[in-house]
Ligand binder design. Structure first.
Ligand code: PHE
Length: 340
């Protein structure tokens, strides 16, 4: 028996000699200690041993089993330590490495202006209304006191989609939609894209407007002027004044063109204001009674003013952009400069 035991011990020593991983150690372990392993087989053979020899044999076998278990445990611990260290170094994360920065974009100057205008006017109590870009002839023209044969239709070269359907040429179309659905007091701001068949250095077939409409009892041109003064100071700077010049729009009466005093030269005259000291920024006027009537609002009780401005124009003035095309080309070298 002792011989057998020595033999097994030797086999174990050989088997574990160059074991490299805890996994292969596990396999070796099974060969000796598993249910059908060599040591277990020996244990089973105890049945055939004469009873008087059993105690001493049992001792020997138990000692063998203990020796084997301890040996495997020691090797297993050593291998697991090595494996763990390897995992630590393989899966190491350098938490001090700088993160991958997200490329931050910039708002388009138009968006900056629209956001600023919305913020200025909502501070004065205006609500935002967005009308559709595809409009009926009725909302874009007829209801705005511009019937089919009206010469003012030629002022705006229209893209027609069908005889009655067009790409809106002005956000003023939204005025009608608002007044049809809401009764005074009305105070809305309506930003959006508009389309005109016009394309040269200073015109784009698509551009953006910002419309405003106020209707209530007792609204006068003075209210418009006061509101414009406030708007001009907020968007172009304190000290900027406004002036009204007579103009014509079918849907306002009287109609005005609104200038602001040149914020570049303070009104002395420079290149920006072409020496006049004034810069034109928007069109406006008192809502024409016929327009109010058409929307079911009694013009003897209610009056209102409307204004409309070109967003690109405001952006160009505000940011000193000398070429309108820059606002449409999407060149990131230009747009990057507007990072907040
Ligand atoms: N809709 C006019 C335009 O596009 C601007 C405007 C709006 C004028 C509101 C008066 C009142 O030219």
């Amino acid at each position: 028996m002792q011989e057998k035991i020595n033999e097994i011990e030797q086999q174990i020593d050989e088997a574990v000699q160059d074991v490299q991983s805890s996994k292969s150690l596990q396999e070796i372990k099974l060969k000796f200690l598993g249910r059908t392993g060599k040591i277990s087989e020996l244990m089973k053979n105890m049945r055939d041993v004469p009873p008087e020899q059993r105690p001493s044999m049992g001792k020997l076998l138990n000692a063998l089993r203990q020796w084997t278990e301890e040996k495997f445990n020691a090797i297993e611990k050593r291998l697991k330590d090595i494996e763990l260290k390897k995992r630590y170094s393989d899966e190491k994360i350098d938490v001090t490495l700088p993160g991958r920065a997200a490329a931050d974009g910039a708002y388009h100057p138009n968006t900056l202006v629209v956001n600023e205008l919305v913020s200025i006017f909502s501070g004065m109590g205006f609500e935002v209304f967005e009308g559709p870009e595809i409009e009926n002839d009725y909302y874009n023209f007829t209801a705005l006191n511009t019937p089919a044969d009206h010469p003012a239709r030629d002022m705006q070269d229209t893209f027609y989609l069908a005889p009655e359907l067009l790409l809106r040429t002005q956000t003023s179309a939204g005025q009608i939609r608002v007044m049809e659905n809401k009764k005074p007091p009305i105070k809305i701001l309506s930003p959006g894209k508009v389309y005109r068949s016009d394309d040269d250095a200073t015109h784009s077939p698509m551009f953006s407007q910002m419309e405003g409409l106020v209707v209530d009892k007792g609204i006068t041109l003075c209210d418009l002027k006061g509101m414009l003064d406030e708007f001009a100071k907020k968007i172009f700077g304190e000290g900027v004044k406004t002036r009204l010049r007579p103009s014509y729009f079918p849907f306002t009466e009287p109609s005005v063109e609104v200038d602001v005093s040149c914020f570049e030269c303070g009104g002395k005259g420079c290149r920006l204001c072409k020496g006049t000291g004034w810069i034109e920024v928007l069109g406006a006027g008192m809502v024409n009674r016929r327009v109010l009537e058409g929307c079911g609002i009694d013009p003897d009780i209610y009056t209102g003013f409307a204004f409309g401005m070109g967003v690109e124009r405001i952006a160009m003035l505000k940011y000193g952009i000398n070429n309108m095309k820059l606002l449409f080309e999407g060149d990131t070298r230009f747009l990057k400069q507007f990072k907040g």
